[in-house]
Design a protein around this ligand. Sequence first.
Ligand code: NAP
Length: 341
Amino acid sequence: MNYKTFYSLKLSEIGLGTYLGNPDKETDNSYYNTIKKAISFGVNVIDTAINYRNMRSERVIGEVLYQVERDNLVISTKGGYIPVDSDYAKNPQEWFRRELLDSGILSKSDITPYGNVLTPKYISWSFNRSLKNLKTSYIDVYFIHNPEDQLQFLSREVFYERLKSVFSFLEEKVQEGKLKFYGLATWNGFRVPESNKQFLDLPYIVNLANEVAGDNHHFRFIQLPYNLAMPEAYFLKNQSINGEKMSTLEASEKLGIYTYISAPLLQGRLLSNLPEALKDILKVPKENLIPIQFVRSTPGVGTVLIGMSKEEHLKQNLEIENYEKVSKETIETLIKNLKTG
Ligand SMILES: NC(=O)c1ccc[n+]([C@@H]2O[C@H](COP(=O)([O-])OP(=O)(O)OC[C@H]3O[C@@H](n4cnc5c(N)ncnc54)[C@H](OP(=O)(O)O)[C@@H]3O)[C@@H](O)[C@H]2O)c1
């Protein structure tokens, strides 16, 4: 396993994601075995979110953390979407009313039509529940989940104020020793042009963290999708630093932000019917390695999160570690060809 060093962390270049799968016992068992096996193979980045599989993904990771050396792992989770608690899945509305509305943690006006919330009070509840689910005293990286959703309903000014107040809350968690770093996990925000309503301006947001905590702020991570079908993170020059236009991956490097890539396989859809020539171009012998090789070889990529609930998929995907990355030129030629069809 190749590792990357970032501040105090040593991160595996392949991480394990826990988004997909049914919220049931069988999938729990499968994730449990796969995560344990992944750790034994040297994967130390594990990503989840409170809402994944109705909190069950966090709870499975919690079961694993109970049994392994916690210190070497880099555990990330996310808050922003209102989850269902699988322990109350029979009556989620009742649980939601009692746990979140009646307690005053949120009011209905805080919630977007997609179930997203960006207030310190709610993120605080979510953060504490994640600690409990994960059975850990600290989280390595806490992501605000798809905050760009809010931009469809809030003015940019109010959005940035809210983001800043959540950053203040997360900086407090760092001071308390409950968190190491925080960041934004996104789907559209960093992949769209500046004119788009959901666009996230990375240098501006880093500056907000600076205003909250000075140069030593802990806003050091972003997460965004990037794959053969969604290559914008590398080619779309939508960020601007000192008047220079550049891609989000390039801006991240310049700003000292580590990147996690989500959906490298386009949620499993990039695993078949790929042109045979891609194996030669990317210098890998098997089809399932094509999308992983493309992502890990792209400059600016930190850790590639692959969703894997099955041990057999883990083993197939980790074969990538036997192959050298391809050059920046190869990736750029490939993207140019993808763009022109
Ligand atoms: N906005 C966000 O913050 C956001 C959005 C999406 C994803 N994420 C994160 O990024 C992670 C990765 O993205 P993703 O899970 O959505 O998609 P993905 O990694 O592109 O694809 C995962 C899917 O591919 C399947 N798979 C993996 N390896 C395979 C193989 N060798 N052969 C056949 N099938 C294989 C998995 O099946 P099995 O489960 O059966 O192994 C799963 O269904 C997520 O788990 C999550 O942690 C974040």
